[in-house]
Design a protein around this ligand. Structure first.
Ligand code: CA
Length: 223
């Protein structure tokens, strides 16, 4: 079992590395958010232990970025016993949390429970602002309203959500959604985007699908 520990305080990181190592886990440590992001994308871990207060990319941002691509169990460590922090962490997709300071026995118990839940599944639920897409049931809601999409619209939205924040070119979108090469006529993408917008964006705020002039489209909550 491989565990990634993202913790900037050297003493705490060492303590976790030693303890978990002695308990039989393979442990890798990242000392800041960016290294944590790199390692989490670079290889497969069975569990990520994530300190919330990190330099550079903080634990929340890192958790968001992990959840875009993976359902690996995440246990977050928070310094304050604050309800806001706990709620925020769980809303962002963390599986459990521990308030510092904690005993090693307590940590080990949480780690074992999370690892017993089995291997991570594919991301089944995407959520951006109040828009939600459940992959298996193909259920899409915005602000609690159920939205009916055609198969193509669903594939298009799924793609935009899976690549949240990335600009996708028209040919990229065309090849994903229609599995065809639409280089000659990417107008079909514009039409599909317009239809999708009418359903998931036009009646709501904030707008999530953005046109990036000369490049394509991206889905994100604009800053
Ligand atoms: Ca810290």
């Amino acid at each position: 079992m491989r565990i990634l520990v993202v913790e900037d305080e050297p003493k705490a990181a060492d303590y976790l590395r030693k303890g978990l190592g002695e308990s039989g886990y393979l442990v890798e440590v990242a000392h800041n958010g960016l290294d944590g992001q790199f390692l989490s994308q670079e290889s497969d871990f069975d569990l990520i232990i994530l300190d919330v207060m990190l330099p550079g990319l903080d634990g929340w941002q890192l958790l968001r970025s992990i959840r875009r691509k993976s359902a690996v169990p995440v246990l977050f460590l928070t310094a304050r016993d604050s309800v806001d922090d706990r709620v925020k962490g769980l809303e962002l997709g963390a599986d459990d949390y521990l308030v510092k300071p904690f005993s090693y026995a307590e940590l080990l118990a949480r780690v074992r429970t999370l690892l017993r839940r089995g291997p991570p599944r594919e991301v089944e639920l995407f959520r951006v602002a109040d828009l939600q897409l459940e992959v298996l049931s193909r259920r899409v809601t915005r602000g609690g309203d159920r939205i009916t999409l055609t198969n193509q619209e669903f594939s298009l939205l799924h793609l935009l959500l899976a690549r949240e924040g990335e600009v996708l070119s028209r040919p990229q979108i065309a090849s994903h959604v229609w599995q065809m090469n639409f280089d000659s006529d990417t107008n079909v993408v514009d039409v599909a985007i317009r239809r999708l917008r009418a359903k998931i964006d036009d009646p709501y705020a904030p707008k999530l699908i953005h046109t990036v002039r000369g490049m394509g489209y991206k889905l994100e909550v604009a800053e």
